[in-house]
Write a protein that binds this ligand. Structure first.
Ligand code: SF4
Length: 364
């Protein structure tokens, strides 16, 4: 690991990523580099990742040499995420956070409450290069990747608000916010390694779902990662022709390649893959299309997750009626596929799937 280069600026670390993207081992190395005791690395890690207090509030508990280090030229801050706005959904179960990064770029993160559990939805990029036609983030284009520390900082922010608001621990993460996580796999996986460390936030890897539009090299990488994260793949169509229309990146990684990579994941991890299908009225909601999907997935270790389309400004399509959704679901169930309907949350505040976007963009 190379934490610091000759100018004292980080390779793995930058002013944007700060301390929050560093593992215990990296912090220990940083301490030793600056003449401090190795053991301070773990204390610093715990101080950065504890809930409900942030480092600013708890730094007084750190040993004086570490406090001096934090103030000195070698000291790094926690990645800056400043809350611009918190928006609560009408049903009170969802809160959306507009967060500003150190360079002024903004992303959205979401806290979703379900009976007995709380989940954070994290962003991995400002915008997205994948261009899915019905997605507000895709309509922005890609502005930049987030660094590991910025992804971690979102989770810490949401976890602290979860504790303050509900007195509960955040136990689940879905990486389904802005961006294609596997198009920024290095930072995303690094952030998840830090967030699952039991000495910090300690989210169980089985409670982390990585969602991809079908980034084949990324899926193969997740399959080989030592931690066993859950994988969700956005399918939306069962033929290449129809899928390329909705998900342009299908031209690069067609269905056959995506399904092969998923099979590799299932074999190596012993886990099924969640296949997300956003239902768009008149586009991909017919019973014939359900039969095509059932044929495509027959015999595979998968579960289908149906999501009636959430509205966005840049796409004219709408969600099918409940009857159409039920008919579609029935075809899949009769074919023996496990199917769930995703609970829609936060649609009224633009916090649903495909609705997240920044309000302002700074440079490119
Ligand atoms: S759905 Fe996901 S991958 Fe597709 S454009 Fe939106 S953020 Fe990107």
């Amino acid at each position: 690991m190379s934490v610091v280069n000759a100018e004292g600026k980080g390779n793995a670390v930058s002013g944007l990523s700060g301390l929050s993207g560093l593992s215990v081992a990296e912090l220990e190395e940083l301490m030793v580099r600056d003449g401090l005791a190795r053991t301070h690395g773990l204390r610093l890690f715990k101080a950065v990742h504890q809930v409900p207090h942030d480092l600013g509030e708890s730094r007084g508990m750190l040993p004086p040499p570490v406090q001096r280090w934090l103030d000195g030229p070698g000291g790094l801050g926690v990645a800056v995420v400043e809350e611009v706005r918190e928006t609560e959904s009408g049903d009170g179960w969802t809160r959306k956070y507009l967060l500003r990064m150190g360079d002024g770029q903004e992303v959205e993160s979401v806290l979703m409450g379900f009976p007995g559990r709380f989940t954070a939805c994290l962003s991995t990029q400002v915008g997205c290069a994948m261009g899915c036609v019905f997605c507000a983030t895709g309509q922005m284009g890609l502005v930049r990747n987030l660094e590991a520390g910025e992804i971690v900082a979102q989770a810490l922010h949401v976890a602290r608000r979860c504790r303050e608001l509900h007195g509960e621990r955040l136990r689940n993460l879905v990486v389904m916010g802005m961006g294609e996580p596997l198009h920024n796999a290095e930072a995303t996986l690094k952030a998840l390694e830090v967030l699952t460390d039991t000495r910090g936030l300690g989210i169980g890897p089985a409670h982390v779902t990585l969602s991809t539009v079908g980034h084949v090299p990324g899926i193969r990488r997740v399959a080989r990662h030592p931690l066993r994260f859950r994988l969700a793949v956005s399918l939306h169509a069962a033929t290449d022709e129809e899928r390329s229309e909705l998900v342009p990146v299908n031209r690069r990684w067609p269905l056959r390649e995506v399904l092969e990579a998923c099979e590799e994941y299932s074999e190596l991890k012993g886990e099924r893959v969640f296949m997300a299908w956003t239902l768009i009225a008149g586009k991909n909601d017919s019973e014939e299309q359900a039969r095509q999907l059932a044929a495509l997935l027959a015999g595979r270790a998968v579960q289908v997750n149906l999501i009636p389309l959430n509205p966005t400004e840049g796409f004219a399509g709408g969600a099918p009626t409940d009857e159409r959704v039920e008919a579609f679901q029935r075809v899949l169930l009769e074919a023996g596929l496990p199917v769930t309907r995703r609970q829609r949350r936060g649609i009224d505040v633009g916090a649903g799937c495909g609705q997240l976007r920044s309000e302002r963009r700074v440079g490119r």
